[in-house]
Ligand binder design. Sequence first.
Ligand code: FES
Ligand code: FES
Length: 164
Amino acid sequence: MKKELVELKVNGRIHELAVEPSALLLDVLRRDLGLTGSKRACDDSSCGACTVLVDGVAMLSCTLLGASCAGSNITTIEGVSDHGSLAAIQKAYGDWGGAQCGYCTPGFVMTVKSLLAENPDPTEEDVRRALSSNLCRCTGYNQMYEAIRAAVAAEQKGIGAADR
Ligand code: FES
Ligand code: FES
C-alpha cells in the first residue's frame, strides 16, 4: 500500500513520517518511532494497555489511524515524566506497588493523567468510572487505587516532580 507523509507531534516533538494509511497509531508509535511504552494486550479494544493522550484526552491507540492524528498533540507514557523526574502518578505507583508485571501500567497512568487534567479532585467513583476501560490481571486493583489516591493527594498539594 502506498505510504503517505504525515507530521505527528508526539511528546512535544514533531516527526515527519511515511506511514501506510491503514497503520494504527499504536503501531506507528511502537514500530516507526520506537516508543514501545504503549502496549498491545488484546485484539478487541478491550484492555486499555495502549492508551495515549490525544489533545489531552485518553484514547485507545489501537483504534486510531496514525495518519488521522496528524495535527494533534499526542502524549505517550514516555512523555509523562518531567525532565526525567517521575510524575506524581508514576512515583505513587512505585511507592504503593501499583504494578506487578507492569504491562497494563502505561495505559492506567495515561488514563489517570487525563482524568486529573479534567478533574483535579475526583471522587472514588470518578476514578473507578474513568478506569473502567483499563484492565489489569495481576494486582487485584487495590494497590493501584491506593497509588492513584496518593497521586491525587500529591497533585492537590502541588507536589510535582520538581518538588521531590
Ligand atoms: S491493545 Fe487492548 S485496547 Fe488497545
Ligand atoms: S500489573 Fe500485570 S496486568 Fe496489570
